[in-house]
Write a protein that binds this ligand. Structure first.
Ligand code: NOJ
Length: 743
């Protein structure tokens, strides 16, 4: 046994420690661990150190533009310390074996993967999940993802993506939690907790990675990878809070973003990676780049070559190079030339070794490669049930004219039509990790399962997702004509959202609208089920369909979850977390905008379009239920709030319909006059409550002066005295209003 391996063995019993999920940030390591890591760093040569800072993709999955053929040789040479896109208990065990048994120091590999919304049991896309406003459910979905991923040898996921995004053209809105900072912050924390659990040392928890740092969601014109220019105020108020919250929640790693921010690429951005992340927030994990984003600083025009790019990256605060091989090629020379200090190098190596330590890999490098857990955990009945539950919670009922929904299971013939009706593959959406679309339930299957023998279900494709062939429409019209009701499954292909999937036009693709219009001619009621990764412009459907259910990409249990909602086995409770515009020309369109000096009015010279109203088609926070809720008695316990006090806000919510249902009661606040202009509304709280028919509940919120703080002209973050409006209601637009003064 070599000396290092011996030290690992001797100390392995003393190395266990508990990750406290409630504490501020990553917990300190015990002294024994620090000693072991110090001694290891002392024995490493420069190449081995650069190796620990190098991450290469395997060829099991492809998530970026470049591949490397010889990554296995690099492992054997100790030149790569981490691999991504490889999973499977046996496969990862073999990779690990190379690092442990065949390299000089036997340092275990770190194995990462994009486990974004489930590993093999696929949950709804994150945008969908966010519409549940159910933090416990989102934590659970991340927990299950970690249980499955960790059984297949994975230690590290590249999630959560916490980029606030306000532009539905950007395909990556599918991966985030929508447009709102307050909600996005809570979701970010819940997901970190889900992946990392309470104890990173447990073999079923994995490192989370908060990404993409920072402001990637504001890519100009919604085009992926595009540049970002924004004020420090907007950066800090809107985009950074979810990132900071994950640091406080103990996230173990951070990923840089592809964009530049105010002219400086995020991957070479000292202000972001060191001044804010390390010095202000005290982050103690390691920072990985996005896929070749060091190299891309050359194309940005920020540096002349890869070597300079590597220098900027490491000195800005990057610790690990994803796939770029820049640290691999140049870091040793940069240190020898004195451009990078050995202290900085050692610091980065230490962060990486600490992560491996926290996972218990020095104790047992194979603890995550479990063929037994692989067999029992993956796609278990329990995991599928959880996926079905959160899928139905994620769906948003956008329209339900004359209560056409829920459908009766024995109500005659149901025609299930549309390019996404008899489709399994697309149901799991983009970034579906090791998910297999063939294991998903299609809309047609789900409806057939639900109806069973009580009704008749017929099917026609109607069109393809995204081409101009009208060949299938007549058959669909014939099928619809002989039916009592049509369920029309429309939307996007999975890969029309996600990375590198921006769209300038966010209408239904292909001839799907023509299909809908032809079906409408039959006079049959149309229930549209939308499957898509972003808000679409659906004015015609809104005017002409009888009902619209936004199902997003619901995951493995898609069809069953959709049927649960369509037939009323589940009463929909989802609320939009991203605004639906009427026209793509309105975007970015978001609820918490600031006012102009000429707010819209009849007067010509006000801020508006000639051809479209300013309002969205469906606002943030909107979503219907099969029951109705009435709001009354909005009360504040005081009119004047002092700086050391708190304000109690209460409202009475009653279920005025015939079935029990859940409502997301939303609290918004406006600071009427500010030292800098303030948004017309900002979400400051919400409660999801269940009410039986006729039942009434009092919902309470507490607001403290600090909840009203913002960055003023001096960039100090504090609340300002003056008048505030309080809004409580069922969406950002449908609210009751009250006033108070902060003194
Ligand atoms: C690029 C994406 O931007 C990032 O989110 C992902 O984690 C990496 N590729 C790795 O696949």
């Amino acid at each position: 046994m070599n000396p290092i391996k011996y030290i690992f063995f001797l100390t392995s019993f003393a190395l266990l420690f508990i990750f406290d999920g409630n504490s501020q940030g990553l917990p300190e390591l015990p002294a024994t661990a620090n000693k072991m890591i110090d001694s290891l760093i002392e024995q490493m040569n420069l190449e081995e150190k650069a190796g620990q800072l190098t991450l290469f993709t395997s060829d099991i999955d492809v998530t970026g533009p470049t591949m490397r053929d010889n990554y296995k040789e690099d492992i054997l040479k100790g030149r790569v310390g981490a691999i991504f896109n490889a999973y499977g208990a046996d496969y990862t065990r073999n990779l690990q074996k190379m690092a442990i048994e065949e390299t000089r120091l036997g340092i275990p590999l770190l194995l990462g993967y994009d486990v974004i919304h489930g590993h093999q049991t696929i949950f709804p896309i994150p945008l969908g999940e966010s519409c549940s406003w159910d933090l416990a459910a989102m934590e659970k979905s991340a927990r299950i993802a970690a249980v499955e991923a960790s059984a297949q040898g994975l230690h590290w996921t590249y999630a959560p993506m916490v980029d606030i995004a306000r532009d539905p053209r950007w395909g990556r809105v599918a991966e985030g939690a929508g447009e709102d900072t307050y909600l996005g912050t809570l979701i970010a924390k819940a997901r970190v907790k889900g992946f990392q659990g309470d104890n990173l040392n447990a073999p079923n928890t994995i490192l989370a990675c908060t990404k993409h740092f920072a402001a990637y969601g504001a890519a100009l014109a919604g085009r992926d990878y595009n540049t970002v220019d924004m004020s420090d105020r907007v950066l800090r108020e809107v985009y950074l809070p979810p990132f900071k919250a994950t640091v406080d929640a103990g996230v173990a790693t951070f990923m840089t973003s592809f964009n530049d921010l105010n002219g400086v690429p995020a991957t070479g951005n000292h202000y972001l990676l060191t001044d804010i992340l390390r010095d202000e927030w005290g982050f103690k994990g390691f920072v990985v780049t996005d896929y070749t984003s060091i190299n891309e600083m050359v194309a940005h025009g920020f540096v002349a070559n890869n070597k300079e790019a590597g220098l900027e990256a490491i000195n800005a605060g990057v610790d690990m190079d994803m796939q770029g091989a820049v640290f691999y090629d140049h870091l040793v020379a940069l240190v020898k030339e004195g451009k990078v200090t050995e202290d900085r190098l050692n610091e980065a190596v230490r962060y990486v070794l600490e992560a491996k330590y926290r996972l218990g890999l020095f104790n047992d490098p194979y603890r995550y490669c479990s063929t037994e857990r692989e067999e029992t955990n993956i796609l278990s009945a329990e995991h599928r049930a959880a996926a079905r539950d959160i899928a139905r919670k994620s769906m948003v009922l956008l329209k339900n004219e004359n209560q056409v929904l829920p459908l009766k299971k024995n109500a005659g013939t149901i025609a299930v039509i549309g390019p996404l009706a008899d489709n399994k593959k697309e149901m799991i959406g983009s970034w579906s990790a090791a998910g297999d679309g063939n294991k998903a339930i299609s809309v047609l299957e789900g409806i057939k399962n639900a109806v069973s023998d009580s009704g008749k279900v017929v099917y026609a494709k109607g069109s393809n997702i995204n081409d101009d062939s009208l060949d299938f429409i007549q058959e669909a019209v014939d099928v619809a004509s002989t039916s009592d009701v049509v369920v029309l499954a429309l939307g996007e292909a999975a890969l029309m959202s996600g990375e590198a999937a921006s769209r300038a036009d966010i209408n239904l693709p292909g001839v799907q609208l023509e299909l809908a219009k032809a079906i409408q001619e039959t006079g049959k009621p149309i229930i549209v089920v939308l499957l898509n990764g972003r808000p679409l412009t659906i004015n015609w459907l809104n005017e002409n369909a009888s009902a619209i259910l936004e199902a997003w990409f619901p995951g493995t249990e898609a069809g069953n979850a959709i049927a649960d909602v369509l037939f009323g086995d589940y009463n929909p409770s989802g609320k939009l977390t991203l605004t639906f515009p009427r026209s793509v020309g309105q975007v970015p369109l978001f609820y918490n905008h600031r006012n102009t000096g000429r707010p819209i009015s009849e007067n010509k010279y006000t801020s508006k379009y000639l051809d479209v109203p300013n309002t969205p088609l469906y606002p943030f926070g909107y979503g219907l239920s099969y029951t109705t809720f009435s709001y009354s008695d909005l009360r504040l316990n005081k009119q004047n709030l002092t700086m050391n006090d708190s304000l109690n806000i209460s409202v009475s919510v009653k279920n005025t319909g015939k079935v029990k249902g859940e409502e997301v009661v939303q609290l918004y606040i406006q600071d009427v006059v500010g030292n800098v202009t303030r948004p017309v509304k900002e979400l400051k709280g919400f409660r999801k409550i269940m009410l039986n028919p006729g039942e009434e509940k009092m919902v309470e919120f507490v607001i403290k002066p600090n909840d009203l703080a913002f960055y003023n002209q001096d960039m100090s973050f504090k609340p300002e005295k003056g008048e505030f409006k309080v809004f409580v209601g069922t969406s950002s637009e449908d609210v009751k209003e009250a006033l108070f003064t902060l003194q």
